[in-house]
Design a protein around this ligand. Structure first.
Ligand SMILES: [Fe+2]
Length: 297
């Protein structure tokens, strides 16, 4: 069709989208064009703004490398990552879920550690943290023999790969759940940290007077054949940014039971006070155990 007026553009494009052979791709493209054109009409996007928008998208791509993903940061900063996580888990968004965002710092080959062991591999000053986790199915039955990969930032907010002062794989380890679905380990209490702000996402946060912080959290990736891989983050409710996570990842189900103890540890005399404990139950859903692609090496 030959276009005469702006009203003709959307039907012309939709007619082409309708010819997409794959039905799911067709559904996505038809809806995308409808919403995209509506958005342009809604805000009456100017030519200068459109040129700026295309430049921003190009910059997001150009800034994305093997060690930095500006696109993932933007998706998180707009709440899209959180929305997709909650729509696709917890019985398709009907119940709470232990699932959360993978984030950009998971590494594939974390070293195995026996239960009770420590994931501190180099001098890392900070308060001791003793973690007790349990992995169950949705009916509450323990899942034995699940591989639990954990990782977290240091007490000053850096992951091992961001910080030359830390040993390789510091604050990372892989555990196996016992017959009761339990795993446990020692570490140091992590801090929250700012996401990188030297790109497009940083300019957006500045324009909205938003801080760049994520509240302190413990990452886990739990693998057991017969279950959907559980990608989780458990958050510290005492963190000052617990209700303003820049990536919108905090949900009520992911608030951890972090407790400060000023008295000596009852059974581990070498743990100095104050020390912290974290108890958390991870719930896996049935499904296919497919590992995500590691965002970094
Ligand atoms: Fe993180």
């Amino acid at each position: 069709m030959i276009i005469e007026r702006h009203q003709d553009v959307t039907p012309a494009v939709l007619e082409v989208m309708q010819r997409t052979r794959d039905p799911r791709l067709r559904e996505i493209m038809v809806s995308l064009v409808k919403h995209l054109h509506s958005f342009v009409r809604d805000v009456r996007l100017t030519e200068a703004e459109f040129r700026e928008a295309t430049a921003v998208l190009s910059e997001i791509g150009q800034r994305t490398t093997a060690t930095h993903n500006e696109m993932v940061l933007m998706a998180g900063s707009l709440g899209v990552s959180s929305l997709i996580c909650l729509l696709n888990n917890g019985d398709h968004g009907n119940t709470e879920t232990s699932q959360s965002l993978l984030g950009p710092f998971w590494r594939l080959n974390s070293p195995p550690v026996p239960n009770g062991g420590s994931i501190v591999r180099s001098e890392t000053p900070g308060d001791p943290l003793l973690v007790n986790g349990r992995v169950t199915d949705q009916a509450g039955h323990p899942i034995a023999g699940a591989e639990v990969d954990v990782w977290h930032a240091s007490p000053v907010g850096f992951y091992d790969n961001q910080d030359p002062a830390q040993a390789d794989y510091n604050l990372r380890g892989k555990f196996t759940t016992d017959a009761d679905g339990r795993f446990w380990f020692r570490s140091v209490k992590m801090m929250g940290y700012p996401i990188p702000t030297d790109g497009v996402v940083g300019r957006l946060l500045k324009a909205q007077d938003r801080h760049p912080y994520r509240p302190a959290h413990l990452h886990a990736l739990i693998f057991k054949p017969g279950f959907k891989v559980l990608i989780s983050q458990v958050y510290d409710p005492s963190d000052p940014h617990i209700d303003t996570d820049v990536q919108f990842g905090v949900t009520k189900a992911l608030i951890g039971d972090f407790i400060r103890h000023d008295e000596p540890h009852p059974t581990e005399p070498d743990v100095p006070s104050p020390w912290y404990s974290l108890d958390y139950d991870y719930v896996m859903e049935s499904g296919e155990a497919v590992l995500p692609r590691p965002p970094i090496k």
